[in-house]
Design a protein around this ligand. Sequence first.
Ligand SMILES: C[S@@+](CC[C@H](N)C(=O)[O-])C[C@H]1O[C@@H](n2cnc3c(N)ncnc32)[C@H](O)[C@@H]1O
Length: 306
Amino acid sequence: MAVPLSWAQWLGYGPFLAQLVVTRRCNLSCGYCFEYDTVSDPVPFVTLDQRLGKLRDLRAWVVCLTGGEPTLHPDLLKLVRRMRELGFRRRQMITNGYRLTNETIEGLNAAGLTDLQLSLDGVRRNGTTLKVLHSLRGRLEMLARSARFRVVLSAVIGSAPPEEAIEVVRFARSHGFVPRVLLIHDELGRVKLSPEELAAYHEVKRILGRAGREAGDYRERLIQAGTAPFRCRAGARYLYVDEFGQVHWCSQSRELFSKDLMDYSLDDLKRQFHAVKPCREMCSIGCARTASAYDEWRRQGIEGRR
Ligand SMILES: C[S@@+](CC[C@H](N)C(=O)[O-])C[C@H]1O[C@@H](n2cnc3c(N)ncnc32)[C@H](O)[C@@H]1O
């Protein structure tokens, strides 16, 4: 793409959210996760800088560093500073929180992080997850004291005894964090919950109120009907950029679509905006759902291409 997208082009087809994998390696190995390995090297800063420059040209509104585990990246603070220099409105990171120290939190404050999503699945360690209150309470209290950025605590229902998700939500509220819940999905992004997990989800939803009904309450539709079709705008409104710089629709559909970010153009955004995704009925990928919600009224498929 020779020139950056114009604002009008961005309004029509540009990315609201881009997630950038900075390293595939993770320090944990959660039993439900398909998004990490234990061996990869971090993506070099210069390469990530080029990718950020390209996302700036595509006018991505929000950029979120993810992985793997982004706090394993040796240039994390430099990356966040660069995101601010490039003018991204929101500069986010998703982390399991294990490596957060006071120094890192102060560094992230100074570098200009705006949002941190910390994954907290339950209260006690179990065979599936170590991302629990008992292990992370001290770091969470540090965050409550020192973070100048917004902190979202996000629990995956299905990874710990269901009643623990309710405790996580209460803990989040009492410490000034924003609570959020995800539903555990399989490698194709599909949800399957037990009756107890369902009951916990409904209790969490009751506590969260409006905030628990993202993107047309798709989770409830998935639970009630087993499907919740939508016009998925991934590849346009939402970009998942892997460690090789390939854009995918999301982390779970890496086999279905990929294109090098550095070659991405307005035409690609339009094509993917209109592409009808085969996984759209059972999808439980929150980022794809929320980034697509604004354009639900617009047509998709062949009749939508003007
Ligand atoms: C892949 S992790 C990467 C960032 C970081 N390592 C972490 O644990 O937050 C991103 C988010 O995806 C969630 N996740 C991973 N696999 C999932 C699954 N099968 N179902 C639901 N959420 C999942 C994680 O819990 C985490 O909140």
